[in-house]
Structures are given as C-alpha cells and as structure tokens.
Design a protein around this ligand. Structure first.
Ligand SMILES: N[C@@H](CCC(=O)N[C@@H](CS)C(=O)NCC(=O)O)C(=O)O
Length: 219
C-alpha cells in the first residue's frame, strides 16, 4: 500500500491528491498534524528538507509533487487516464503548464502568505505588491491561453490541472482574478467543480483558519 505524508490544507498535497483521486489509486494517509508527531519524524527521515507531500512506495520515498504524479502514472497503478499523456508534444505542454502554475501562480501567492507567516509584525508591502503585480501578469497571460472549455493543456485533464487547481484556488484569495478575466475565472470554477478537486476543497474546509492572511468567506 502506498503511503502519502500530507496535510489536507497544503496546496502541493492537493496537487498529488487530485492525481490519486483521478486515477483512483488507494493509499494510506499519513496526516501531518501536531497530534501525529510520528508522521513528522518519518517525513524528516525520508526527506530532511521537511517539505511535503512525500509518497512512499514499497518503502522508497518519492519526493516533489510533479515527480510523484509522474510516478503515479505507472501502469502498475491501473489503467485510468494518465496525468501526463504519452504524446511527446502534449506531454511537454503539460510539463510546461505545470511549471507555470507552480512557479508563477503558486510561487507568487506564497510570497504574500509567507509575509503573514514570517513577517507579520512588519509586512513588506513592496514585496507583496510586486507579487500581486506578477500575478496580474500571469493571470492576463493565462486568459490568452485558456479556451472557453477544456483544461489547461487541451481536452484531457492532466498534471497541469492538478497544479492549477490549488494554485488558482489560493492565489485568488490573495489577489482576485476578477471579472475582467472571464476565461480564467471560468476555468477556476470548472476546476472546483471537478470531483477530485471538490473533495480536496471540502477536506481542507475545517483548516481554513490556517490561512495566514485570513480566508475569505467564499468557495
Ligand atoms: N516543490 C515542492 C513544494 C512542497 C512545499 O512547499 N510544500 C509545503 C506545503 S504546501 C511545505 O512543505 N510547507 C512546510 C515547510 O515549508 O516547512 C513540491 O512540489 O512538492
């Protein structure tokens, strides 16, 4: 049985959980909460950096969300549609969009969140404004790339969408996409309606108080 060291509120854990749910792969949840210190200890043994998620497959750790999703595409986990399609061009586009969402959406959202975690008493407004300006740029670019229907890298739901769901979910909380970007706003709504994603949203709901800048009363 696979083990996943994760937390329901963690954006990168959502990314992997969405892939697990999409491919209907059973796993044991190793919850990273204070009342389970043994899970933190094991996580640190597998990955001293301490970041999560970490998947353990037959005793071997698989680290980094995109690598984990690639690992889960193995045929031994079943015949459900892969998160990285076989075609070389499509696969490259999926990996590209995965990087876009991790680096340019999640990463910029994290700048604002980190200020509220590590610098609460003296928020660096310039850094937060810069991050929000960067979000405006990537939101505008995504608006030009997305279709009125379908997913981030075409008609199939892929790893790019696994990355998009948590990054757009939380980024919209720190800097709203707004009505001026109808395709991106509709894409976020389509993601949240997807069963694999709505399951993550619901499982994370009890932990919304953890969102350092404060969670808005929506979604
Ligand atoms: N690049 C990593 C990022 C993982 C990451 O930053 N995880 C966050 C949770 S969403 C974390 O471990 N935070 C705790 C910490 O930084 O100590 C991945 O894709 O898995």
């Amino acid at each position: 049985m696979l083990e996943l060291f994760a937390h329901p509120f963690s954006s990168y854990c959502w990314k992997v959980l969405i892939a697990l749910y999409e491919r209907e792969i059973p796993f044991e949840y190793r919850l990273l909460e204070q009342d389970h210190p043994e899970n933190f200890e094991r996580l640190k043994r597998y990955w001293p950096v301490g970041k999560f998620p970490v998947l353990v497959d037959e005793g071997r750790p698989v680290i980094e969300s995109s690598t984990i999703i690639e690992h889960l595409d193995d045929e031994k986990f079943g015949a459900a549609a892969k998160m990285i399609p076989d075609g070389k061009e499509t696969a490259r586009q999926v990996r590209f969009m995965d990087r876009v969402f991790d680096n340019h959406v999640m990463g910029k959202m994290q700048v604002v969140v980190d200020q509220h975690i590590f610098n609460r008493e003296a928020l660096d407004i310039t850094a937060m404004d810069r991050a929000r300006a960067a979000l405006d740029i990537i939101y505008d670019w995504l608006e030009t790339q997305l279709g009125a229907e379908g997913w981030a890298a075409g008609e199939a739901f892929t790893m790019a969408d696994c990355a998009a769901a948590p990054s757009l979910f939380y980024a919209d909380w720190v800097h709203e996409i707004g009505d001026g970007r109808p395709k991106l706003k509709a894409y976020r709504a389509r993601l949240l309606a997807r069963p694999s994603v709505s399951r993550c949203v619901e499982d994370a709901r009890p932990y919304r108080g953890y969102f350092p800048p404060g969670a808005p009363d929506r979604d």
